[in-house]
Write a protein that binds this ligand. Structure first.
Ligand code: IMP
Length: 207
């Protein structure tokens, strides 16, 4: 069995990662592991930021613990009508500083930006880069990054109460409900995070 430390303070993400990796080992947050740092996400890509977060938490671990892995997810929504925005800035879209904004404020900003372009909906993608950093069962250093994409349509209103972030504004291809109207098992079977975590599971089979 493994232990996973999720390098995030986002409870929605931590819950989903626990639902998707919980059968392989214990999944705890970095706060539960007493690692209270909040690394600056200065990267310009999801991959860079996922590695920044994973390595910062890995470096704060006490010693080289075999089969303990840090998982960091950097993710966001890329909206075609907005030229790919908010992208890596998804968590701080409504913020005037480099700090994250409330989910509700970010959704409000997205609605305003769609209205400024005179559109009620747009093609969009949720993108996740998940970094896995740790020491495998044979003492080998593991550093691996996986990508997942979920295609769909973003709408200029909020529908549903499940999930987090922009879920209530995103209709995945093949559905008429938003991710926040669908049960969590459905989101977990088609999401960007799920697709990236499937590759992480494959990598863990050799760790
Ligand atoms: P990060 O924590 O810096 O990676 O920020 C990711 C941001 O993208 C979150 O704060 C959410 O607003 C958004 N996001 C990422 N994944 C999802 C998802 O599965 N559903 C809804 N919003 C998401």
């Amino acid at each position: 069995m493994f232990q996973f430390i999720v390098a995030s303070g986002n409870n929605g993400k931590i819950r989903e990662i626990r639902e998707m990796l919980g059968d392989l080992g214990q999944v705890i947050s970095q706060k539960d592991a007493n690692i209270l740092l909040e690394p600056e996400e200065w990267g310009s890509t999801f991959k860079d930021n996922a590695l920044i977060k994973a390595k910062a938490v890995f470096n704060a671990l006490p010693g080289n613990l075999y089969s303990v892995f840090v998982i960091a997810d950097d993710s966001g929504i890329c909206v075609d009508a907005l030229g790919g925005e908010p992208g890596v800035k998804s968590a701080r879209y409504a913020s005037t500083t480099h700090r994250n904004a409330e989910d509700g404020a970010n959704r409000c900003k997205l609605i305003i930006e769609l209205e400024k372009r005179g559109v009620t909906s747009s093609r969009a993608q949720f993108v996740a880069c998940v970094a896995l950093v740790g020491i495998g069962s044979r003492g080998e250093y593991v550093e691996y990054v996986a990508n997942g994409v979920c295609e769909g349509e973003v709408i200029n209103k909020e529908r549903g109460h499940n999930g987090f972030g922009y879920d209530s504004m995103f209709i995945p291809d093949g559905f008429s409900q938003t991710l926040a109207e669908l049960p969590s098992e459905v989101k977990n079977s088609l999401s960007h995070r799920y697709k990236a975590l499937l590759q992480i599971r494959d990598r863990l089979a050799h760790a």
